[in-house]
Ligand binder design. Structure first.
Ligand code: HEM
Ligand SMILES: [Cu+2]
Length: 585
């Protein structure tokens, strides 16, 4: 069989240097053939190696993040416990754990894994390019991200420990080193790390944009692009715009802390018994700058997941994506509207009610393209011949979590309701379901799906399914009860639960949540075992084990342009139910 014969050849080998035909200046940079071990696995310019490097960096960050949340959940239910090797958790070290947990998860997991890890590996393969437009910059961006990660880790070990002002670091306290333990060198390192991260992300984003525009294979028109590629492309614009603003904000805060500027500091503030020297600045300016980045950031985390989910639902329902064009336009609309709604994080900041009204309505407006996506995912599943593989289960899990987490969005978007719910566990529940869990499910879906393309082996379906069901029920059991805590007025970012009477009454619910969280975390061990075991021992995979259509499975051959759209499933194509984009069956 031709398929089997091809399976034995080196997969990338038959791809033509198609981009050379485009005559772009980018394609004149030739990637050197990696020589020794160092060039090959460490300082490689190959987009696949770099994609994997990002994947393992994100995995390391996730393990750190999970460990920190484990400590938090232990402290919440056993506040006086002494933890082996760590000691007692004080209120301020709890805040440090919380700040660093949020930081690792948002920046190093949710920004790096969906976009830079899978995007680097599969964007060129899916568009029929041999490499990214700027291979050397691609490598530089990864190494900067790694440096940023190490600087962030170092914040635990300096005097005063990790910063305690939450991943949002609101001024004026964040500008004052004496405001609390961790607000000295710990916060300085946080700011330096994030500044480096912003530069790295910007470089990576430019690479994604140029690659998509310039290096698509002949015949790969915009409306034939696989949906993950559309998502990576739009997300790259979001990264470029949002992280530039965060970079500026971080530099300004650093200057307020060390060089006597007063961007964010008003006059007449007494902190720790001392009058501060600043005057004339605005603490609200920090909130505006931070959330101008922060809101698009949640879309940076979720858009690639949406793209992957759309792709997988179609592949495993054996049906074309329902409303492909609508999906593309919805992706763009979400990207654009995402920049107009940051004020919904600031309803309680004393903003003009007219501004609150505008932000509220714009926030509701973004529900429309999100609903289009929901509708189209369900439309794709409807009447399909569903194959419940592990990646499919995680994609369906994504849709489920996205709906559940999404439902509380319009509630929080009402300024009146948000005045009560702001800074309670209701918000923690909302963002963990929609941004945390949904995005993580998409990362799992992508890992199980593309694993055979990366390692030429299959992951265990049995372990994968067990991992799915435990994570699925675990995520709901952990985060749904947090809505109840929030409605009862339980504040977030609060460590001494035992000391306030009405909060203490909620202790049994907190216990339930902690147990659910421990079970969910344990389930991730199954994933790790499956991942590492399968890399070395997994069943050998065929070339196109999921019978997918896109070019990473069935590369183009010399002189043969892309022939088809990305989702031609369900017809009769030479006795098969799918038509590869390359036209080769
Ligand atoms: C097993 C999974 C997880 C558990 C048990 C967990 C637990 C927690 C806890 C207890 C807090 C502190 C809440 C507070 O006092 O305000 C928190 C905050 C946070 N978590 Fe998670 N988390 C998990 C996964 C994630 C993931 C995947 C993300 C990625 C988005 C994430 C992002 C955040 C953020 C951004 C904060 C806010 C930090 C801050 O307020 O500065 N978490 N989490
Ligand atoms: Cu937002």
């Amino acid at each position: 069989m031709a398929g089997e014969a091809r399976a034995t050849t080196n997969r990338g080998a038959s791809v033509t240097e198609l981009h050379a035909a485009h005559g772009s200046s980018a394609s004149s940079i030739v990637t050197e053939k990696p020589a020794g071990f160092l060039r090959r696995y460490l300082f490689s310019c190959d987009h696949k190696t770099i994609g994997l490097q990002y994947f393992f960096l994100a995995l390391a960050a996730a393990l750190v993040g999970i460990f920190l949340s484990l400590l938090m959940r232990i402290h919440i239910v056993w506040p006086t416990a002494t933890i082996f090797g760590i000691g007692k958790i004080t209120p301020e070290s709890y805040l440090g754990l919380m700040t660093m947990h949020g930081t690792f998860m948002v920046f190093f997991v949710l920004t790096l894994a969906p976009q830079n890890a899978f995007g680097n590996y599969f964007l060129p393969l899916q568009i029929g390019a041999k490499r990214m437009a700027f291979p050397w910059l691609n490598m530089a961006a990864f190494w900067l991200a790694l440096v940023s990660f190490l600087i962030m880790l170092a914040a635990f070990f300096v005097q005063g420990g990790a910063p305690i002002s939450g991943w949002t670091h609101y001024a004026p306290l964040s500008a004052i080193a004496s405001a609390g333990p961790g607000q000295g060198s710990g916060l300085d390192l946080w700011l330096v790390s994030i500044a480096v991260f912003c530069v790295a992300s910007g470089i990576a984003a430019v690479n994604f944009i140029v690659t998509t525009i310039k290096l698509r294979a002949p015949g790969m028109t915009w409306m034939r692009l696989p949906l993950p590629c559309w998502a990576w492309f739009v997300t790259a614009f979001l990264i470029l715009s949002a992280f530039s603003v965060l970079l500026a904000a971080a530099v300004m805060l650093f200057m307020d802390r060390h060089y006597g500027t007063s961007f964010f500091e008003p006059s007449g503030l007494m902190i720790a018994g001392q009058m501060i020297q600043h005057q004339g600045g605005s603490p609200l300016l920090w909130q505006h700058l931070f959330w101008f980045f922060g809101h698009p950031e949640v879309y940076i985390a979720i858009l690639p997941g949406m793209g992957v989910t759309s792709h997988l639902l179609s592949t495993f329902a054996r049906k074309p994506v329902f409303g492909y064009r609508a999906m593309v336009y919805a992706t763009i609309a979400i990207g654009v509207l995402g920049f107009g709604i940051w004020g919904h994080h600031m309803f309680t900041s004393g903003m003009n009610p007219h501004a609150a009204f505008a932000f509220s309505n714009l926030t509701l407006a973004i529900g429309v393209p999100s609903a289009v996506k929901m509708f189209n995912w369900l439309g794709t599943l409807w009447g399909g011949r569903l194959r419940f593989t592990t990646p499919m289960l995680f994609s369906i899990g994504f849709v489920s979590l996205f709906i559940t987490g999404g439902l509380t969005g319009p509630i929080l978007a009402q300024p009146v309701l948000d005045s009560y719910l702001h800074d309670t566990y209701f918000v923690v529940a909302h963002f963990h379901l929609i941004m945390g869990m949904a995005a993580v499910f998409a990362i799992f879906a992508a890992t199980y799906f593309w694993f055979p393309r990366i390692f030429n082996r299959m992951m265990s379906e049995k372990l994968g399914r067990t991992h799915f069901w435990l994570s699925f029920f675990g995520a709901y059991a952990t985060f749904v009860p947090m809505h109840l805590l929030g409605m009862a007025g339980h504040p977030r970012r609060y460590s001494q639960l035992t000391e306030v009477n009405y909060v203490y009454k909620l202790a049994p619910l907190q216990m339930f949540i902690s147990i659910a969280a421990f079970v969910t975390m344990s389930a991730q061990v199954l994933f790790l075992v499956n991942l590492f075991w399968s890399i070395f021992r997994g069943k050998a995979s065929t070339q196109n084990p999921w019978e997918a259509t896109t070019l990473e499975w069935e590369p183009l051959q010399e002189g043969n342009p892309v022939q088809h759209g990305a989702y031609e499933f369900g017809g009769d194509y030479n006795g098969k139910d799918f038509q590869p984009q390359s036209g080769l069956l």
